[in-house]
Ligand binder design. Structure first.
Ligand code: 13P
Length: 255
């Protein structure tokens, strides 16, 4: 394993938090704190905050992402946002298949795959989320499920397109619960994802894919998590809403 072959990315996922004016204030607070980062720094924000976020992040090392994208190019899909709209708005990344969307909004492995394709075809980098529930873990399905979700999400994605894909392993039981996976569990889960990519695209390709960990990552536990060989940064919920905490995580991934 060679971490030097892939970029570490610390990405915030703000979820349904922050108004446009709050977005401007938080990014202005974060900018000086993460300016020296030796990893990629991304903030995925609600659709209505994108314009404020892109404006506030201009000239800094912070890149802006969205939290979802529709899989059709355009048409009668009231309330939806296309990849082209995101690109023109200055968005570079998009979260796809977050467990909250799978759980509350009927997202399936098929729609996750379609959204991933739409994102990369438009030139975005997709941060594709996979993860098991506590019940699935206790039944011993973690490896099978992570490999299945990963391969389903990557259906019809070429080796070339894979360069614009990041996978985030987010155990559902660790999201917003304060229960973090141990560094060993995170490394193991990320390892299953990498093994699935190796099975589909070969070892050499799998070594180059950024695989993040997400789930209650914070300023206190980040060092141990990002030090693991398979953990190439993190997807951060709650702690990405606090400039100081987020910057500590960015610093941990920059070591
Ligand atoms: P928390 O960091 O709040 O647990 O959220 C993780 C997450 O879901 C990021 O996408």
């Amino acid at each position: 394993m060679n971490k030097a072959k892939r970029a570490a990315i610390i990405a915030g996922n703000w979820k349904m938090n922050k108004t446009p004016s709050e977005t401007t204030a938080l990014i202005n607070e974060m900018k000086p704190l993460v300016a020296d980062a030796d990893c990629k720094v991304v903030l995925c924000v609600p659709f209505v905050d994108i314009a404020a976020a892109v404006d506030a992040a201009k000239g800094s090392n912070i890149e802006i992402g969205a939290e979802n994208v529709h899989f059709k190019e355009s048409g009668a899909y009231t309330g939806e946002i296309s990849a082209k709209m995101l690109v023109e708005s200055g968005v570079k990344y998009v979260v796809v298949g977050h467990s909250e969307r799978r759980q509350y909004f009927g997202e399936t492995d098929q729609t996750v795959n379609l959204r991933t394709l739409a994102a990369v075809n438009a030139g975005l980098t997709a941060i594709v989320c996979v993860g098991e529930t506590l019940e699935q873990r206790e039944l011993g399905y973690t490896e099978t499920l992570l490999k299945y979700q990963t391969k389903m999400a990557l259906t019809n994605i070429t080796k070339e397109q894979l360069k614009n894909i990041v996978i985030a392993y987010e155990p559902v039981w660790a999201i917003g619960t304060g229960v973090t996976a141990t560094a060993e569990q995170a490394d193991e889960g990320n390892g299953y994802v990498r093994a699935a990519i190796a099975e589909a695209y070969g070892e050499d390709v799998a070594e180059t894919v950024t695989i993040q960990y997400g789930g209650s990552m914070n300023a206190k536990n980040c060092d141990e998590l990002v030090a693991k060989v398979n953990v190439d940064g993190g997807l951060i919920g709650g702690a990405s809403l606090k400039a100081e905490d987020f910057s500590v995580i960015v610093k941990a991934a920059s070591k």
